[in-house]
Design a protein around this ligand. Structure first.
Ligand SMILES: Nc1ncnc2c1ncn2[C@@H]1O[C@H](COP(=O)(O)OP(=O)(O)OP(=O)(O)O)[C@@H](O)[C@H]1O
Length: 354
């Protein structure tokens, strides 16, 4: 997962801590000024001629409310990019502008090199849009909806029918293909909404909360579908509040807050926020005893049943703790981050890295 990190300082190597013979080295309780992430890239300012989605210095207000006041990022082809931010951060306003449904007050947007203001038709040809609520003709059947959308995109009657039948299978809606769409469950509507966005074989996909209401099987299918779309060279931008799901699905992340893309020092600090690690052992008592014994500060440990959660600032500390526990003979059966990179960064931002 790569978080765009414009302006991020170079990693600073940490000095080796002093070591007293015989005594275990304490696990540092505060974050060292170190951030080593081989995946992190400092991105050049995106040129408007790049493929995928380019957003440069975009602003949009509603009266006195500045919904989007400074957004610049590039969602690249071949990758799944997550758009993340708290309620009211400006995500929906941005998506509406990308979808050519709302004009920016200032700044520039390109979708597959097309300008949504000057050439909305080109944008709609290149882009598939899945809003969070299906909002479609409730009396029409899924088959009729997909055929109609195909016709609106300029397919012949026969081609639209053929494409609709193909997508009904992809959405696993065969049994409901002839029923009015109002009888569809939330998850079924989501699946229909997704394939509806794919009718015209777009190269860019915009998705708003695509997994809301999906059962676990459908989520796995959605992930596979989006990965396949990106692997074929498509660009995917997903807005969602489900951070663990984004962690599984996204390659890149754009964090927004109060109408702005979060970058620079604030983002670097958030990504350094301590992360909890989930640890289980066959012998939970030995685990808690040895955590204290190897020098993990007690206020960094939380015990829930037979699981220990340990807050550690760096992955190197986690490796060190694991090595020491194993060295002390603790029968570890599980040792993993309790939250992924996106969730950790989000929590770091929410926790005050402003
Ligand atoms: N049509 C509108 N008129 C007035 N204010 C609006 C309008 N649309 C959005 N806003 C305001 O703009 C800000 C950004 O809203 P937006 O819906 O883009 O946020 P969001 O990040 O999508 O939030 P959520 O996660 O809750 O969906 C909010 O303060 C909202 O109240």
């Amino acid at each position: 997962m790569t978080v765009p990190s414009a302006g991020a300082p170079e990693p600073v190597p940490s000095p080796a801590p002093p070591h007293v013979d015989g005594a275990p080295e304490p696990i540092p309780a505060t974050a060292a000024p170190v951030f080593v992430d081989p995946l992190a890239t400092v991105e050049p300012a995106p040129g408007l001629d790049a493929d995928g989605i380019v957003v440069e210095h975009v602003h949009r207000s509603f009266g006195t409310v500045q919904a989007v006041r400074e957004m610049t990022f590039h969602a690249r082809p071949g990758r799944v990019t997550a758009l993340i931010g708290p309620n009211g951060a400006g995500k929906t306003t941005l998506l509406l502008m990308l979808a050519s449904l709302l004009a920016p007050d200032a700044g520039a947007i390109r979708i597959a090199r097309a300008d949504p203001v000057r050439d909305p038709r080109a944008v709609r040809r290149a882009m598939g849009w899945m809003p969070d609520v299906l909002g479609t003709w409730r009396t029409l059947t899924p088959l009729q909806i997909l055929t109609t959308v195909g016709r609106l995109h300029g397919l012949s009657r026969a081609a639209a029918k053929e494409r609709a039948s193909e997508l009904i299978v992809e959405a696993r809606l065969e049994e409901l293909a002839g029923r009015p769409s109002r009888v569809l469950s939330r998850g079924q509507q989501q699946r229909l909404g997704l394939v509806r966005a794919l009718v015209h074989r777009p190269s860019v996909l915009l998705l708003d909360e695509p997994a809301a209401g999906l059962d676990p099987t459908s989520r796995v299918e959605l992930r596979g579908m989006l990965r396949g779309f990106a692997a074929a060279g498509g660009t995917v931008l997903i807005s969602s509040h489900d951070l663990s799901e984004l962690d599984e699905m996204a390659d890149d992340a754009v964090f927004v807050d109060r109408g702005e893309v979060v970058g620079g020092e604030r983002l670097v600090l958030a990504r350094q926020a301590a992360r909890e690690w989930r640890i289980r052992a066959l012998d939970p008592r030995a685990l808690s005893y040895q955590l204290a014994n190897i020098g993990v500060a007690f206020d960094r440990v939380r015990i829930e049943g037979d699981v220990a959660y340990v807050a550690l600032d760096r992955d190197e500390h986690a490796a060190d703790v694991l090595a020491r526990l194993v060295g002390a003979g603790v029968p570890i059966i599980h040792f993993a981050p309790a939250v992924g990179d996106i969730e950790r960064t989000y929590l770091g931002l929410a926790g005050g890295a402003r």
